[in-house]
Design a protein. Structure first.
Length: 95
């Protein structure tokens, strides 16, 4: 049985930059590479790719169905809206 919810697990995975954990340097995602980049089609493509890769590797309980984006035009914060195959929706801010 898992002690951490799927939503919390996905948030932790996607918000952890690669090579920042001493005991598990391969843990995390590459989303940090997109900070301070222009929000355009390339950003969306890379963010979707990095999200699929990290969740597939580190969260065996679910699969990603789709990734959508919400952009706060005032703060510039991008929120990934991840729909999982189990019907759950997880939001992750790339801030």
């Amino acid at each position: 049985m898992y002690a951490v919810s799927i939503g919390k697990s996905i948030n932790r995975i996607l918000k952890t930059p690669l090579v920042t954990r001493a005991m598990r340097p391969e843990f995390g995602s590459r989303l940090y590479e997109l900070r301070d980049r222009e929000f355009n089609d390339e950003y969306k493509l890379l963010a979707t790719r990095y999200t699929y890769e990290a969740i597939k590797k580190y969260e065996p309980r679910v699969k990603v169905e789709k990734v959508n984006f919400k952009l706060d035009p005032v703060s510039g914060v991008v929120t990934l809206v991840i729909t999982l195959t189990n019907g759950e929706i997880v939001e992750v801010k790339n801030d």
